[in-house]
Design a protein around this ligand. Structure first.
Ligand SMILES: [Zn+2]
Length: 725
């Protein structure tokens, strides 16, 4: 270990480029000329890791020598002791706005000038870092060799934090260290304290003695290093306007060696903080005068952990305090994208919402859910791997597809459901001529589909998606999912048979149908959910005059529907499908499904009670509603899922900026919604690529790993993202 990061770091000479090897034995963290600091891949066995040089070689240049000496320093007891007793550890930063020192490059650009290629738009990939140590003619303006080594060691430690925090970002830093000796006297009264030493320093490096020279320098650095991004950092003992500051978006940061009251042992965290600015992150500490708005970083997200306005002053975060923590927002500001779990099933590989249903199910019985898609050529599955991650998408059945079988989203509902009680999901498809069943095989895959019922079909029976909702639900409590269809004449039930297949459908209720009762898909949501805790799925329908419920009978079928709530209906309360999602979920531990409605004023909750009734709906959250928060069905999917493993259903909402969670309270109701993932939102930002649309990008929640916590599964452009909540 080097420093107080969790990485194993080794110095190697002439590290091979990773692309030359199938699997590089070590990841390169920092490059100092020919000296690289690498982190061995534990799975590679370590045998192929190039040996570190035993001693500092004689022919190392200054950058190489300092890079190596810095690693050695970071391995020393002295350095580690300094980290263990950091001054003011954990305290919020207390400085004037460390991004306000002029000039602000974006404002400086002349109107009409060509847009300048960004030098540090987001922190992913390779980054060139120019460390420019600026010394003066007096002892007070000079750094000893030990101090120069300390600077580089602190920089390694600070930037290593980002690499360690997000290994998926593929970050590598390539350094150049320049030591500039000036004969300019310190002038603490100069109008522009930075220019006093900056301009002559740039001249010595061969660039224009101006801020523009700094921009030219970092561009030159990038082209010499061949990196994606570039910035530079000045370290000096000359008087500076603030002990540490940076320009948002680059190109430079400035630090005084003494690091004010934080001390040299905190240079790493201050350097990391300032580097956060370089890549677009805003300050979050109170004295920066931050507010919770704005449009920051690659995805244009607000500053919701700002100490001045976040609930409770915000949480621990490098942009707010002297800590090795990142809050939920800073990764978004830095432009970190979530991991692509499967590079398939996305719009880039021709998957379309109006053609290709996509969902998740444990098709192999290993406790982890797989990704399943109904594509052009049939059913594709990407299996969850034992070590996490997913295998490639494989075609497991050449049917139920857009081309393979001519299945259409607007005609042919398709489901994955265990219809036989063997614990494996089967594919159930409502085709033109009836119900097709493909039984799930042990270990994965499906049997060839069979037509098991000549009913419930588009042609056979005249069933229509826009009129006749169809469900698979266990209405008997026997562990098999039956077919429940809301037809013209009422509710039809086809019970699943123990050996597979279904009993012939029966009309079990002459109500809740298109003609019987006048129920309409576009006005009257209908659900199957166990509202009594007996293990059987009941029918819950949101009609004109409120909520109707038909309890499932032990022997099969349903009781006569009764009006259980004179609210949450089309007339009773003015609830609209296109504005007010309604759903059922267990928000308490009583195993009875409660009703959650997203109304104009926020979230309404009606608890199912032990006597079979429902409590009057209560407004439990003044948020996530049509007016309260501006949530829209066509832009902001909302769902219920247990995100904490406490078996209570929480609310998960996909807002503009990303994912919000309102956790279910043990005593009932929900906590205020918290912003948890700065992705998967419709995007208030300027980056269209990150705009998630309901009509293009299915998003769902499911426990993907078997840890009883729901994860987000999002089908984006490049493929499937899976993020834990
Ligand atoms: Zn700052």
């Amino acid at each position: 270990m080097a420093g107080d990061l969790g990485l194993t770091e080794l110095a190697v000479l002439d590290a091979p480029a990773g692309a030359q090897l199938e699997r590089p034995p070590a990841r390169i963290l920092h490059r100092f000329g020919r000296v690289s600091i690498v982190s061995p891949d534990p799975d590679a066995g370590g045998a192929d890791v190039p040996r570190p040089p035993e001693e500092v070689a004689d022919d190392l240049d200054e950058t190489e020598r300092l890079g190596l000496a810095a690693l050695r320093l970071r391995e020393s007891d002295e350095f580690l002791a300094g980290k263990r007793s950091r001054p003011r550890d954990g305290e919020p930063w207390e400085m004037a706005d460390c991004t306000a020192v002029e000039p602000r490059p974006r404002l400086r650009r002349a109107p009409g000038a060509l847009a300048v290629e960004p030098t540090s738009a987001f922190l992913e990939g390779s980054v060139a870092v120019g460390i420019v140590i600026v010394e003066g003619p007096t002892a007070a303006l000079q750094l000893s060799d030990a101090q120069r080594t300390k600077v580089i060691a602190e920089v390694q430690n600070g930037l290593g934090f980002f690499i360690q925090t997000n290994p998926l970002a593929g970050i590598t830093f390539s350094f150049e260290v320049r030591d500039v000796q000036l004969d300019v006297a310190a002038d603490p009264n100069a109008a522009n304290l930075e220019a006093v030493w900056r301009d002559p320093a740039m001249a010595q490096l061969g660039f224009s003695p101006s801020f523009a020279g700094v921009e030219d320098y970092v561009q030159d650095l990038r082209s010499r290093m061949g990196t994606r991004w570039t910035y530079c950092a000045f370290f000096t003992k000359y008087p500076v306007p603030h002990f540490a500051y940076a320009s948002i978006g680059g190109p430079r940061l400035v630090m005084h060696y003494d690091n004010d009251g934080w001390g040299p042992d905190n240079i790493d965290r201050v350097f990391a903080h300032e580097t956060g600015h370089i890549f677009g992150a805003p300050d979050e500490y109170a004295s920066s005068n931050c507010d919770c708005g704005g449009s920051w970083g690659r995805f244009g997200q607000p500053n919701l952990n700002c100490e001045n306005c976040a609930v409770g002053g915000g949480v621990d975060c490098l942009m707010r305090a002297n800590t090795w923590e990142l809050c939920a927002y800073t990764p978004g500001h830095l432009g970190w994208t979530p991991e692509l779990a499967v590079p398939n099933f996305g719009t880039n590989s021709s998957w379309r919402v109006d053609r290709h249903p996509r969902l998740v199910a444990d098709t192999t019985g290993d406790g982890r859910r797989d990704i399943v898609g109904f594509g052009y050529h049939g059913v594709w599955v990407a299996r969850a791997g034992a070590e996490g991650g997913y295998g490639p998408a494989e075609l497991v059945l050449d049917n139920f597809g857009y081309t393979a079988g001519s299945w259409r989203v607007d005609r042919h509902p398709r489901f994955l459901a265990d219809t036989s009680g063997d614990g494996r999901p089967d594919i159930v498809g409502f085709g033109d001529h009836g119900v097709w069943l493909a039984r799930g095989r042990p270990g994965g895959g499906f049997d060839p589909p069979e037509l098991v019922l000549g009913d419930f079909g588009y042609l056979t029976g005249g069933w229509r998606v826009e009129r006749h909702p169809r469900f698979l639900a266990d209405t008997t409590g026997e562990g098999r999912r039956d077919i429940v269809g809301f037809g013209n004449a009422g509710v039809w039930l086809a019970k699943a048979l123990p050996g597979g297949g279904f009993e012939p459908p029966e009309l079990v209720l002459a109500d809740l149908g298109y003609d019987a009762g006048g129920w309409r898909v576009e006005r009257h949501p209908r659900f199957l959910a166990d509202t009594t805790g007996d293990g059987r799925a009941d029918i819950v329908g949101f009609g004109n005059d409120g909520v109707w419920r038909a309890r499932a009978l032990p022997a099969g079928g349903f009781e006569t529907p009764e009006l259980v709530l004179g609210d949450l209906g089309y007339d009773a309360g003015g609830w609209r499908v296109e504005r007010h999602p309604r759903m059922l979920g267990n928000t308490t531990l009583d195993r009875r499904a409660d009703i959650v409605g997203f109304g104009n004023d926020g979230v309404w909750l009606s608890r199912s009670l032990s006597d079979g009734s429902f409590s009057p709906p209560e407004l439990v959250l003044g948020d996530l509603g049509y007016n309260a928060g501006g949530w829209r069905v066509e832009r902001h999917p909302r769902m219920l899922a247990d995100t904490t493993g406490d078996r209570r259903a929480d609310i998960v909402g996909f807002g503009n900026a990303g994912v919000w969670i309102a956790r279910a309270r043990p005593g009932g109701g929900f906590e205020p919604a918290q912003f948890v993932i700065p992705h998967y939102g419709v995007g208030a930002g300027r980056w269209l690529v990150d705009a998630w649309r309901v009509d293009a990008h299915p998003r769902l929640t499911a426990d993907m790993t078997g840890d009883r916590h729901a994860d987000v599964v999002a089908f984006g452009a490049g493929g499937v993202h899976v993020s834990s909540l």
